[in-house]
Design a protein around this ligand. Structure first.
Ligand SMILES: [Zn+2]
Length: 341
């Protein structure tokens, strides 16, 4: 089947007609189309229960990939998980399944990450661990750059600190690059120096300041603010939590457009909260134009990741630039020539 879209093609793609697949032509519903959406911070192998996040199995991951596809996501950057599963997703093209680029395992020392999500990596083991992940097929490396101390009962409030020292991290980033991989670093502390270790993307980055964003932009780096996750308490019944979220939102409304203006590639990533449609709407609600917010999950993300699959079309009945909420209800989704919705 050759799926045909005729209408308004958005986000930099040219023309008013797109065809995906081969064979008998069939018209898709919808009046507006994107060449697929990119979730640049996803965890297909991470599940959550009452004790928090944990690493699930390959069947869970495969089912999650189907959910992503149905939501219009056709490219995923896995930001850490069960390495053998995510790396095998990345290495195996399956019809109708999003393209995956995988970051392998979460890299953090003992007591500085969710205990069910990682096997601890001591500072003197970090480079070897990175080389092993890349040799196994990881195109990205995920380093937890700062995190609260984790004890029996969970994270200890007020203990967020660097996990590895900056010298160790610089060597780790260099080793990843030498092995041919790129580096994503989880960072939430202000002025931690993590923006300066040469990592390709900063994940979360809730405390990034102007000087760090300027440096990140100058070297073509990316920032995935994961707003669905970062702002998950924005409607909390607890007034103190709501007030903290409100302060953060003010900062983001300043820092996100500042980042874009200074060359930072702002990427849309859902983490383990929310949907790509919500993430794009939040980006548009915190200082990006609707076009920039869509590009964060579209053309800009594909260019940054260097992934441009053929045969992806997502269509909508209304214009998502007028109302990003439209992105929650695609009229049709075609993933590499296969219609999945
Ligand atoms: Zn994450």
């Amino acid at each position: 089947m050759a799926w045909v879209f005729s209408g308004v093609v958005l986000d930099g793609a040219a023309g008013d007609r797109v065809v995906a697949g081969t064979g008998e032509p069939e018209e898709l519903p919808g009046r507006y189309a994107l060449a697929g959406l990119v979730d640049a911070h996803a965890h297909p192998t991470v599940a959550t229960d009452e004790r928090g996040p944990y690493l699930a199995d390959g069947a869970y991951g495969a089912a999650r990939l189907e959910d992503y596809a149905a939501s219009g996501v056709t490219v995923i950057r896995d930001a850490g998980g069960l390495s053998q599963v995510t790396v095998s997703f990345a290495g195996t093209a399956v019809a109708g399944r999003p393209v995956v680029t995988a970051a392998g395992r979460f890299l953090a020392p003992a007591g500085r990450y969710f205990p069910r999500m990682h096997v601890p990596v001591a500072p003197d083991e970090l480079i070897a661990a990175i080389q092993a992940e890349v040799a196994a097929g990881a195109a990205w490396v995920k380093i937890i750059g700062d995190f609260p101390r984790w004890e029996e009962d969970g994270p200890v409030p007020g203990t967020t600190a660097a996990t590895y020292d900056l010298g160790c991290l610089r060597q780790a980033v260099d080793a990843a690059h030498a092995a041919g991989a790129r580096v994503a670093v989880h960072s939430n502390l202000p002025d931690s120096g993590l923006a300066g270790i040469g990592a390709d993307s900063i994940e979360h980055g809730r405390a990034l300041g102007h000087r760090e964003l300027e440096a990140l932009g100058a070297r073509g780096g990316a920032w995935t603010p994961t707003l669905c996750a970062m702002l998950q308490h924005r409607d909390s019944p607890d007034p103190a939590a709501r007030a903290r979220a409100g302060e953060l939102r003010e900062r983001l409304r300043d820092c996100l457009p500042y980042a874009v203006a200074h060359g930072v590639r702002v990427l849309a990533g859902t983490d383990v909260a929310g949907t790509i449609a919500e993430e794009i709407a939040l980006l548009a609600g915190h200082g990006l134009t609707p076009g920039q917010a869509i590009a964060a999950a579209g053309s800009l993300a594909r260019d940054f990741l260097g992934i441009h699959p053929a045969g992806d079309i997502v269509t909508y009945d209304q214009d998502p630039r007028e109302d990003p909420g439209v992105l929650a209800s695609p009229a049709a989704v075609v993933v590499r020539g296969v219609r999945v919705r």
